[in-house]
Design a binder for this molecule. Structure first.
Ligand SMILES: Cc1cc2nc3c(=O)[nH]c(=O)nc-3n(C[C@H](O)[C@H](O)[C@H](O)COP(=O)(O)OP(=O)(O)OC[C@H]3O[C@@H](n4cnc5c(N)ncnc54)[C@H](O)[C@@H]3O)c2cc1C
Length: 282
């Protein structure tokens, strides 16, 4: 059982990891081993103390060096669910699961808003995880909405199981093909159904289906953690980065504006200290 699992390898998650390491905690840092894409995406950062006019790539290199220097490794994975087990948390990533006394959500904010119907039908035909739910759709007709080329592998796996797969890439240069694959362009307008998903509506057509896979790098925190308080897509936290769930903390962009490195790093630090306070009391 870990003392803490930090989800997300952006500035908030990195900062939390550095502090937990300094405090001698047994934790896991889960996310992209190449760190948040939002770090290297910045051309030049002028408001980060101590590093004037730093390029995103240079900041990323400095973060990587600092993590390695502190002996902090990253578990390269995407978390698909966090469950309150009454006293500890179960953290799922595909077919892997981990247990931890506390969790820090440092998952950033989604660029793509949920499609109407997506959250309503989550677990009733909408899935975020090909590995977890793919087998449920063997021989079925599915729609796969994919937000990045890096996730095409998951769509290929789903194509190997489904009877028919309508592939909706939200990026250029998609290359999924196959006898049972139909590629269409355009954002879905809505996911429709009654008890379960029945179709996906686009501007120019309706595609009947048994299920929809939304393959994206960031899942809305409230969809990731059942029972978590969120407002306007942001996790509700107090000044100690505590959420409404005991032992679960949040930091960085996912708690709200301003979306800035310095704020993310600051909250990561606060959340880590709150984890230590919490662990001292349980
Ligand atoms: C082009 C650009 C330029 C910017 N310039 C500036 C600037 O000059 N100054 C400034 O202060 N800010 C700037 N920002 C904003 C800054 O990048 C963000 O505020 C900062 O990265 C937020 O850090 P974070 O750790 O909260 O989230 P993020 O950096 O978004 O990191 C969150 C990480 O968690 C991962 N994640 C999400 N869900 C999961 C999951 N389920 N499992 C595992 N991992 C998950 C994400 O993939 C991501 O890697 C810029 C942003 C962009 C895009």
């Amino acid at each position: 059982m870990f003392d803490c699992i930090i989800i997300g390898t952006g500035p908030a998650g990195i900062s939390a990891a550095l502090t937990l390491k300094s405090r001698g905690k047994n934790f896991m840092l889960i996310g992209s081993a190449g760190l948040s894409a939002k770090i290297s995406a910045a051309e030049q950062i002028n408001n980060y103390p101590g590093l004037p006019a730093v390029e995103g790539g240079a900041l990323k290199a400095a973060f990587m060096e600092q993590l390695a220097g502190m002996g902090i490794s990253i578990t390269q994975a995407s978390v698909t669910g966090v469950y309150d087990m009454g006293g500890y948390y179960g953290v799922l990533s595909g077919s892997d699961s981990y247990e931890s006394k506390t969790v820090i959500l440092a998952v950033g904010v989604e660029a793509v808003k949920p499609v109407p119907g997506e959250l309503e039908f989550l677990g009733r035909g909408v899935s975020y995880c090909a590995t977890c739910d793919g087998l449920l759709y063997r021989g079925k007709n599915i729609v796969v909405v994919c937000t990045s080329k890096a996730m095409e592998e998951e769509a290929e796996y789903l194509a190997s199981l489904a009877s028919s797969l309508t592939f909706v890439p939200l990026y250029k240069g998609a290359s999924l093909s196959g006898g049972n694959v139909t590629v269409i362009t355009g954002m879905p307008v809505a996911i429709r159904g009654s008890q379960r998903v029945e179709s996906v509506e686009f501007r120019d057509r309706v595609v009947p289906c048994d299920g929809v896979f939304m393959l994206k790098s960031a899942i809305a925190p409230s969809a990731l953690v059942p029972g978590l308080n969120a407002e306007g897509g942001h996790v509700v936290v107090d000044r100690s980065c505590r959420t409404n769930l005991g032992g679960l903390f949040a930091a960085g962009d996912c708690t709200g504006r301003p979306y800035q490195y310095a704020k993310a790093v600051g909250e990561g630090n606060v959340a880590a200290h709150s984890v230590c306070d919490y662990l001292a009391k349980v």
